[in-house]
Ligand binder design. Sequence first.
Ligand code: G3P
Length: 217
Amino acid sequence: MHLYLDTADIDQIRKGVKLGVVSGVTTNPSLVYKAGWTDYKSAVQEICSIVKGPVSVEVVSQEAKGMMEEARAIAKWSEHVVIKIPMCDAGLEAMSVLSKENIRVNVTLCFSLNQALLGALAGASYVSPFVGRLDDVGHDGMGLVAEIVSCFDRYGFGTQVIAASIRHPLHCIAAAKAGAHIATIPYGVLTQMVNHPLTTVGIARFLEDSQKAAGKG
Ligand code: G3P
């Protein structure tokens, strides 16, 4: 399973990539706004220069024609760009055309197996079921990830499943068990995955004992 960072924060992306375990980034208009970017193109190009893997960038047009125009323009910003398109009539139409033009698409705001199937049939490279948001309304978000993975396997779809809207480390464990190809996670969750109280205590104890041993010697 690959790990992507779900953020547009450059500092967090630099830190995550430096750890050597982050192979992509996903953004959306809310994350770009939160990171304080006003120039979307500069933000994306800077992110692409750091991560050098797939970087999902979302279109904001509501009509298929507008989505396609936006996607074609954004795709020229960097070879790493993947276009995030929401699942809806206009989005489906746009992704069907764009995937035939070899523009990689990530189906976003995916909340059902039917939506994921449609995305795969439209030629999307990725579908992103939003686990946390489904959990928020009392549905089994990771259950959906497992259903999509199993269905895509059964029919041999090449579309990869990104477990998105990840909120805590247990989601990452569940994503791995569900067979997600990728989990896209906030930087805070990456930090939580690294650390464990017993590791912290163990490091302190080894250091203490090595200092005692050196004192004795
Ligand atoms: O990748 C999708 C993600 O950004 C949505 O997360 O926490 O807003 O549901 P959240």
